[in-house]
Write a protein that binds this ligand. Sequence first.
Ligand code: G
Ligand code: G
Ligand code: MN
Ligand code: NA
Length: 255
Amino acid sequence: VKVEKDLRIALDDEKAFEIFYQPKIKAQDGFVSGCEALVRWKHPKKGIIYPDEFIDIAEESALIIPIGNKIIEKTIKDLSEFNSKGYGTIKVAINLSAKQFTDNSLIGTIQKAIEKYDVHPSQLEFEITESISMQNISKTLEVLHQLKQTGVSIAIDDFGTGYSSLSYLKQFPINTLKIDKSFVLDMTIDNDDKSIVNTIINMAHTLNFTTVAEGVETLEHADILTDMNCDELQGYYYSKPIAKDEFINFLKTYN
Ligand code: G
Ligand code: G
Ligand code: MN
Ligand code: NA
């Protein structure tokens, strides 16, 4: 209840939510293909609060809708800044929670921000989890198609931990599978996990999806994934999630 009350107060404070960015690296050439937007809450007394500590609460109280809308708006604003600094080809991924996904004004919110900040929709990707996508298949399909029509791309996050069936995946207008970090992290100690990662990548490519591996923590992880033809790599080996200005510096150094 306390967190919920503080979240309501935070909604009136333009500086309360800050978006951090974690780079994604193209396995082929090592350039930065883009980043994932990860929200941080700057609490006036408690300092930085991570999403694991408030996204669920925001979701239960429906505050995730206005908070999520702020995240979308702020991220797209930041993207226009990346573009103005000469990085107009990068792609930014925004996480969407289940409740946002069923909000009828979601598509309008996204379209308005795209127009306001004059970014290209192809520079945006939305990450949804398998659990969202399986709750109500027909509604999910409808929203996915509407999203897709705006020109953005769609990724399934934490892939492999949920229970999506391949027949549904094939029907969904998605672009990318993000392989869950648990498989990637265990790849070097468990051959089953290595096989799972390899299988996901091959299956994804057969269905014309690109693949992103999360949890890339070591050069060994990166080398294995590159050999497996994984398209993009994300993890602490390259960078933790960093503030906007640090991400711009990261781009200056690597692109
Ligand atoms: O940044 P961190 O690794 O602590 O993120 C933890 C979790 O919080 C991740 O699983 C991520 O999907 C979720 N998360 C981070 N930012 C957002 C956001 O802006 N919206 C939603 N819905 N979830 C987020
Ligand atoms: O949305 P998602 O659940 O995928 O959020 C990514 C989460 O994974 C964030 O909390 C981020 O801080 C975390 N993360 C990012 N890179 C790594 C990594 O290399 N190793 C581990 N253990 N966690 C990571
Ligand atoms: Mn994610
Ligand atoms: Na994930």
